[in-house]
Design a protein around this ligand. Structure first.
Ligand code: GDP
Length: 194
């Protein structure tokens, strides 16, 4: 697979707009600002393919990226914006629930959390939701470069405990600054699509 060969296919609001294909899909979810766009751009060796999650009020859509006709990455709009209205939040919830619970192409969800902090209530809810539906998770702890290596274990334990982490899921320590976890992330994704 040529990981540089990536392009956006469609921004979808509902299932009618999902691409009609058998290609396996990996969805990516996380709080706004967690580093999701940076993660996607790092994996695809691109600067600006995935753009930072929409500001409040902006249309929230599922962005499908075709990676060399082999996988779709499905970028889920970031959650946890304090300023988003109740109705926007409900719309987001419906859209993501429809995708995660009905899409047969879906193989796993990359769930991103900020490695520096306790997972938020939203982070925990997202993980519980995925586990409830039996969806495999690749947990990515972002911004590892901001934590001294000697403290990585402590932070990993803190996150796993808060999420009641399922040991069959992958846990990847990641940095888009120094590319820590790049190979591991790709390995985990490829395990789920083969
Ligand atoms: P998104 O909203 O989840 O798509 O987050 P972005 O990828 O736009 O990143 C949000 C902010 O965190 C930006 O200022 C990034 O430069 C920064 N950031 C993202 N990933 C990393 C990382 O691995 N290390 C550091 N130090 N900063 C990061």
């Amino acid at each position: 697979m040529n990981k540089h060969n990536a392009e956006i296919v469609i921004s979808a609001a509902s299932s009618k707009q999902y691409p009609e294909t058998d290609m396996p899909e990996i969805a990516l979810a996380g709080r706004s600002n967690v580093g999701k766009s940076s993660f996607i751009n790092t994996l695809l060796n691109r600067k600006n393919l995935a753009r930072t999650s929409g500001k409040p009020g902006k249309t929230q859509l599922l962005n499908f990226y075709n990676i060399d006709d082999t996988i779709h990455f499905v970028d889920v709009p970031g959650y946890g914006y304090a300023k988003v209205s109740k109705s926007e939040r409900a719309k987001w919830g419906k859209m993501i629930e429809e995708y995660l619970t009905t899409r047969s192409n879906l193989r796993a969800v990359v769930s991103l959390v900020d490695m520096r902090h306790e997972p938020s209530v939203d982070d925990v809810q997202m993980y519980e939701f995925l586990k409830y539906y039996g969806i495999p998770v690749i947990l990515v702890a972002t911004k590892a470069d901001k934590i001294p290596r000697g403290k990585w274990n402590k932070h990993e334990s803190m996150i796993k405990k808060a999420l009641q982490f399922d040991s069959t899921d992958d846990f990847i320590i990641f940095s888009s600054v120094d590319k820590t976890g790049y190979d591991q992330a790709w390995k985990a994704i490829e395990n789920h699509i083969n």
